[in-house]
Design a protein around this ligand. Sequence first.
Ligand SMILES: Nc1ncnc2c1ncn2[C@@H]1O[C@H](COP(=O)(O)OP(=O)(O)OP(=O)(O)O)[C@@H](O)[C@H]1O
Ligand SMILES: [Mg+2]
Length: 450
Amino acid sequence: MKKDKLLIIEDDAELRTQMKWGLGKDYQIYQAEGRFSALEILKNEHPLVVTLDLGLPPKTDSTEEGFQTLVDILGHDAMAKVIVITGQHEKENALAAIGRGAYDFLSKPVHLEDLRLIIARAFHVARLEREHRELQKQAAGDVFEKMLGTSPQMLKVFEVIQKVANTDAPVLIQGESGTGKELAARAIHSRSARCKGPFVAIDCGAIPETLLESELFGHEKGAFTGAHIQRLGRIEASQKGTLFLDEIGELSPHLQAKLLRFLQEHQIERVGGRESIQVDARILAATNRDLDQALKDGRFREDLYYRLGVLVISIPPLRERNGDILLMAKAFLQRFSSENQKRLETFTAQAVQAIKRHTWPGNIRELENRIKRAVIMADGTRVKPEDMELNVLGDGFKGQSLKEAREALERDMVNQALDRNNSHLTRTASELGISRPGLYDLMDRLGIKR
Ligand SMILES: Nc1ncnc2c1ncn2[C@@H]1O[C@H](COP(=O)(O)OP(=O)(O)OP(=O)(O)O)[C@@H](O)[C@H]1O
Ligand SMILES: [Mg+2]
């Protein structure tokens, strides 16, 4: 088992060594002599518990640097449990440290047994706190195994994932490009009894057929020119775990037949081999094109289709997930701006409109990429439509008559003006440059409730 990480901040080398010696059996110890090296370790290793000597250099007789270190640690990770170690008769400093967010204190000379006890309890509390936060996040319904979503469509998908995870049957995951098929496959794996085993993904559309066979099934030495050594395939690599076959519709007839045999008998033969090898792997497959059409055209075997599609999950395109688009856009904005040390906080009202109007042919991958670009391009604190290279009008007007487009625009403008004016009708009318009765008529015609 992996040991928990403990950071010891102490300028006295002798004391540091003693502590490491006394605690190293139970914890993975990191040591720092001062504030900067401590913060470096904190950022890279994320220890849950820290012991902090308050009298740090440059002025070891004052607690100034020690307190600053405490503030910096908690500023970086508010949930870190900091145990402050003070000189004798420094109760006041100890209490001041608690007041600033330290978890507990201990006075020198440090008795190892006391320290051990306090540290063990600190780890316990730290873990509980983090678990609690995870649960809260999940209860908020925003995220399920890294998948964001609160729309009824996605809640349904999460429910189905949860159900199928408990079985061992193959699952066929359908959805347009970039809708999160692989993420769904990973969610099924991590919620299944196989979660401790490997998750192996292979994109059948990205590998030429000649290579794909040995990639999937492996080969024996000398099986073909260039096969200098024996090689295990991805199917064997997913022993006791899950194999995710992406773009299953791209499989050639030959490989479809081989895969079918594996699904029926749970056995494979390596290319150029004679021996049958037993493999216990669960199969998940994904397709972004209409497999039905491939079936009709005879490009995909029906018997394989029925084997793979015992359970089917359809992931809806982004444009059909009401509310999720903005939820995700905001989450991506937060993630990328902190990754890029930018201070982008929100989207302008126009940017929100543009996001809502766009039809997102590339789905979530496209949303992610546009926001990544926006974070790099944008100045100031708010993202504008141009930063995402989205047209203010969006492409939402494509294929509409002029009348429909005009009404859509009018509806947006009236709704926005109502929002800005807290539904105060006189002010809204005046902002839009129309009379109050004119606004009433317009709202009735557009079906906006008063
Ligand atoms: N519900 C979601 N919440 C947050 N991020 C998501 C969600 N769904 C997908 N993503 C992100 O969008 C990107 C595309 O997802 P993924 O690769 O799972 O889609 P896909 O359907 O397999 O795409 P493709 O058809 O191109 O293979 C990934 O970066 C993924 O992390
Ligand atoms: Mg994919």
